[in-house]
Each structure stands twice: as C-alpha cells, then as structure tokens.
Design a protein around this ligand. Structure first.
Ligand code: ATP
Ligand code: MG
Length: 323
C-alpha cells in the first residue's frame, strides 16, 4: 500500500468518514489483487463485507434477511457492496440518472420534511451483461448502504400461495432498511410456470406484488432489474417512480472499459482500438471477460507484461461463445 493511501485511511478514520474509508480500502484491495496478492485481497474483502459501521454501536452485523417458511432458504443476499460508479463504464445519460439518484437518496430526509415525493422504486432495464446488477451495487456503495439482492428463485420456487407471503416479508424487510434492495431478474415473477391451471394464482401474485410496490414507503431504495422489458405488463412500468436504461456499450465505451480493466498493466503496443472494434455489439460483460482472459494468460505464464497477442487471442476467445 502506498503512503498516500495510508494517509487517506487515517484521515478518513479521523473524520469519521466511512464512505471515504471504504473507497480507499477498495483501492488498496484492487492494488493487492493487481500485485497477485490474492489471499490478502480476499481476506481484506471479507473484512470489508463483514458488517456495517454504526457510529453509535460500532460495527454491527447486517440484519439477516427473511427466509422461506417451507425450507428456510434465505430470500435475499445481504452484503456490503464493493463496487463504485468509477468501476463502471456507462453512457452519459445512464451515468447522470444514477448519480442524480444517489444524490437524491442522500437527501431523502430533506425531501420528506419538504413534503416532496422521493423516487423510491426504480426499474433498471437493458440487455444482459450491461451493468444493471453492478450499477445497483455501485449505487448502494455510493450511498453507503448495504445491498440486498432478492433471490427470486427462492421466493417463487415454493408453493405459489407462499410466494406472496415471501414478497410481503421482503417488502417489510426493505421498509425497515435502510438498504438498496434489488429485485434482480424481476421478470421471472411475471412468467412463473406456464401451467394454465396456476395462471390465475400467478396473476394474483403479480398483482399482490404491484399493490405492495404501490403502497411501499419504506427506508430502502427498491430497485428492480430486467432484461425482458417487453414481457412486463404495461401496468408495471407505471408502478416505478423512474426507469433507467442500460444499453450495450458504444465502441468508445468498449475501449474505455478495456483500458479500465487492464489499468494495472502496461498497455504499450496493445491494439486497444482494434480489440474494441472487434468486440463491437457485445455487452460489457464480454469486454470485461476479454480483459480477464488476457490477464489470466499473463499470470498463468508467469509474466509481468501483457503482449499484443494476448489481447488478440482473448478477443477471439470471447467471440467464440454466445453472449
Ligand atoms: N457498464 C459496465 N461497466 C463495467 N463493467 C460492466 C458493465 N456492465 C457489466 N459489467 C461487467 O459485466 C459483468 C456482468 O454485469 P451485470 O451482472 O451487472 O450485468 P446485468 O446487466 O445485470 O446482466 P443480466 O441482465 O444478465 O443480469 C460484471 O462482472 C460487470 O463487472
Ligand atoms: Mg443482473
């Protein structure tokens, strides 16, 4: 760790600024990863994910999420987020919407006392692998709240009658917050089992959930993500206070993401431009995978430098499979 970071950590501690502390800690973890100190990086991550700091009680454990009554499976995963907006490459509009939302959440108390409605239910939509889940996590990090990712498979795999009750308990959990609660791959709720005999009940579940969303006025920001927006009932869109689109990256954004993911390696001689145009049309997840494939070769072959051929092969490797 560089002296500069050590100083920033001490300053953050002195100022009681947990967000600043987490940002520097995250940078330290990334640097250790880049230096291949993987066990240390993993331990540091575990420590940072362990609990939420509470200025009155010290570090407290994250509250356990509700569980399914039948099989006791947790209905959500609760953790402290470890990505920030700076880890993402997004279009200007998406970036501005997310930053505006983060700013607003930080001022919720003011909105409430001014009697101005806040945005507390937001829909994220766009093709797979373009940053919906990551952005929800980064948003949670920026507003310094735990992220709660709802496991819809656990919510709906039980008896349909129990599904509404699971959703209700999740909404109650979100109400107590303050978290960022993500109903990831939310569309699954609308297309549960195609069995016509159960159709009426499914509709009731979706309707019940919509009513819960309508009535929701809790301490958490509720996000829902989907990559099947065409499947969503028109009535559903209106239930959200805002919607944010996550489109595929432009070639410029692809270049930027490659540079970001390869930032700890010297990029001399690499044809980032060429790689980005080869990756045209593929989602961010594929671009990130290309960077990972190239870095894996460097590490596995015990080298310190990335070669132009590493990137060319990594791109070909990524394009070999569907995204
Ligand atoms: N905009 C982005 N900037 C940087 N990395 C991204 C971006 N979008 C996706 N990634 C990377 O791609 C991977 C998948 O992203 P993520 O899970 O956020 O996509 P998603 O939109 O939620 O996809 P799905 O619809 O399949 O759930 C992550 O590892 C993430 O780091
Ligand atoms: Mg996702």
């Amino acid at each position: 760790m560089a002296g500069r970071e050590l100083k920033q950590l001490f300053e953050a501690f002195r100022n009681g600024d947990e967000l600043a502390f987490r940002r520097v800690a995250q940078r330290v973890i990334e640097e250790e990863e880049a230096k291949q100190h993987l066990a240390l990086a993993r331990d540091l991550k575990k420590i940072m994910a362990g609990g939420v700091h509470d200025s009155v009680q010290g570090t407290v454990q994250l509250p356990a999420p509700p569980t399914d009554r039948d099989n006791d499976w947790p209905l959500a995963e609760v953790r402290h987020p470890s990505r920030y907006f700076s880890d993402l490459v997004l279009g200007q509009e998406t970036q501005d919407l997310l930053a505006g939302l983060a700013e607003e959440v930080a001022r919720w108390a003011d909105l409430r006392s001014a009697g101005v409605p806040r945005r507390k239910r937001v829909l994220l939509y766009g093709p797979p692998g373009c940053g919906k889940t990551s952005a929800a996590e980064a948003l949670a990090a920026e507003v310094d709240r735990p992220i709660v990712v709802v496991r819809l498979d656990a919510v709906i795999s039980s008896y349909l009658g129990e599904t509404a009750s699971n959703l209700r308990r999740l909404i109650e959990y979100a109400t107590d917050g303050p978290f960022v609660v993500l109903f990831d791959e939310f569309d699954a709720l609308g297309k549960v089992r195609d069995d016509p005999t159960e159709h009426g009940e499914i509709k009731r579940v979706v309707n019940a959930f919509l009513q819960m969303l309508d009535a929701y006025d809790g301490a958490s920001l509720v996000l829902a993500a989907t990559n099947h927006e065409q499947l969503l009932d028109p009535a559903l869109w209106r239930r959200f206070d805002d919607v944010i689109e996550f489109p595929r990256p432009t070639v410029h954004q692809t270049r930027k993401l490659l540079r970001l993911r390869l930032r700890y390696l010297s990029k001399r001689g690499l044809d980032i431009e060429g790689a980005a145009s080869e990756l045209r049309g593929l989602p961010h997840a594929a671009v990130e995978a290309a960077a990972h494939v190239a870095m894996r070769r460097v590490v596995v072959e015990g080298r310190k430098q990335i070669r132009p051929s590493d990137l060319v092969q990594a791109v070909a490797d990524v394009k070999r499979r569907p995204w």
